[in-house]
Design a binder for this molecule. Structure first.
Ligand code: AMP
Length: 398
């Protein structure tokens, strides 16, 4: 089957076409500046990347431009729209309604609208993408794959916050977790790599990208994860603060004369390693460069970041009463050997040891722990688009 995978945001739309039999990417690209002017990037497998300015006043025009590119006589990868067998949509928040991926139909969209208040920045934009595709691809089956679904197996003790229970009952305030598609994909692969059955293994996945989260996967199920009601909780990220004392919100609002929106903007967009480094960058390559040039704040940002990851990994080893293997994934986890070394420095007591030579690799699947390490440590590249394509096929086959 040829699966069109769509990841739609408020002004951008990423897409890939994946052949589900060979799992090859047939074409990929991006629509940017939707609602502003519009730019399409399109690259067929083995072909040139092409950038075209195309008016995209709405997401429907953006999806139409993707369809036009995919069916183009010269550079397209299919003859007609009928050759696209299904669409897989990346959807951010499924609340408690969606414990797994689901076929897109009217009932599913109505149910998703109910959880929109939990992710006001992401879900409405995701739904606009779904509606645009439904309008233009009436006969093509579609599946929604939720970032939160994999974590719906967390036990109550992991997902409840220490606030009045009635707020969980009334408003659904609890930990949901995100990056589930990636945590599921990488943990399954990690179990294969260490030769243990997925359903009887204790694994930790550190998804470290611009957004970052950790997940404890016990016997094939997410049992805890660092992101919460929203993707703001947990690790320090590119520009997000991660865990912070809620009292700091009130104090900061008072001192800076900010309203709640203003403080949330600081915590989401001006914090993380970007804010810690004195606004140098949210990109770790720039932070390392800063360290080389003697920038103390860049060094602090890397230390605070990696210390938080270390604590979460240690916490999840305790939560699962052991660990068989740990995986690093996403932009930073796959590529930054220095940060992996800093994170894994303090696990000697648990008998987990990095092999510094093996750890030098970048972006490849590889074991990076010593042969005598009590738990294996691996770099496992994530592939969320492929995971969405696989989910789409699985749900349609049901
Ligand atoms: P992602 O959100 O998964 O695309 O990851 C993006 C982040 O990964 C960037 O902000 C960088 O900090 C980091 N990153 C990507 N490539 C490298 C690299 N070669 N070395 C260090 N960090 C990298």
């Amino acid at each position: 089957m040829k699966i069109l995978v769509i990841n739609c945001g408020s002004s951008s739309l990423k897409y890939q076409v994946i052949d589900s039999e060979t799992e090859a990417v047939l074409a990929k690209g991006l629509c940017e500046r939707i609602g502003i002017d519009g730019r399409l990037t399109y690259q067929p497998a083995g072909g040139e990347k092409k950038l075209t300015d195309i008016p995209m006043p709405t997401h429907t025009q953006a999806v139409q431009s993707v369809i036009d590119a995919l069916t183009d006589e010269n550079t397209g990868i299919v003859k007609s729209l009928a050759d696209i067998d299904a669409v897989g949509h990346r959807l951010v928040h499924g609340g408690e309604k969606f414990k797994e991926s689901a076929l897109v139909d009217d009932a599913m969209i109505a149910a998703m609208e109910d959880v929109n208040p939990l992710a006001p920045l992401h879900n409405p934009a995701n739904l606009i993408g779904v509606e645009a595709c439904r309008k233009l691809m009436k006969d093509t089956p579609m599946v929604g794959v939720f970032d939160t679904a994999f974590h719906q197996t967390m036990p109550e003790k992991a997902y409840l916050y220490g606030i009045p229970y009635k707020y969980y009952e009334k408003y659904g305030i609890r930990k949901y977790g995100f990056h589930g598609t990636s945590h599921s994909f990488v943990s399954k692969r990690l179990a294969e790599l260490i030769g243990k059955p997925y359903d009887s293994s204790k694994l930790i996945v550190a998804h470290l990208g611009n957004g970052a989260s950790i997940c404890a996967v016990e016997n094939g199920k997410s049992v805890d994860t660092s992101m919460g009601l929203s993707p703001l909780e947990g690790l320090i990220m590119g520009t997000r603060s991660g865990d912070i004392d809620p009292s700091a919100v009130e104090y900061l609002a008072d001192k800076e004369g900010l309203d709640m929106k203003g403080v949330m903007n600081v915590l989401n967009k001006q914090s993380g390693v970007y804010g810690l480094s004195g606004d140098v960058s949210s990109d770790f390559r720039d932070l390392w460069k800063g360290v080389e040039e003697g920038n103390e704040l860049c060094r602090k940002a890397l230390e605070v970041f990696s210390y938080r990851v270390t604590k979460y990994i240690g916490g999840y080893v305790a939560a699962m009463n052991g660990v068989d293997a740990i995986a690093f994934t996403a932009g930073l986890g796959e590529n930054d050997s220095g940060i992996r070394e800093m994170i894994m420095e303090n696990f000697g007591y648990l008998g987990i040891e990095l092999d510094n030579e093996a750890n030098r690799i970048r972006g490849e699947e590889q074991c990076i722990s010593t042969p005598s390490s009590k738990a294996a440590v691996w770099v496992v590249p994530t592939n969320e688009e492929l995971a969405i394509a696989r989910e789409t096929v699985r749900i349609l086959g049901k």
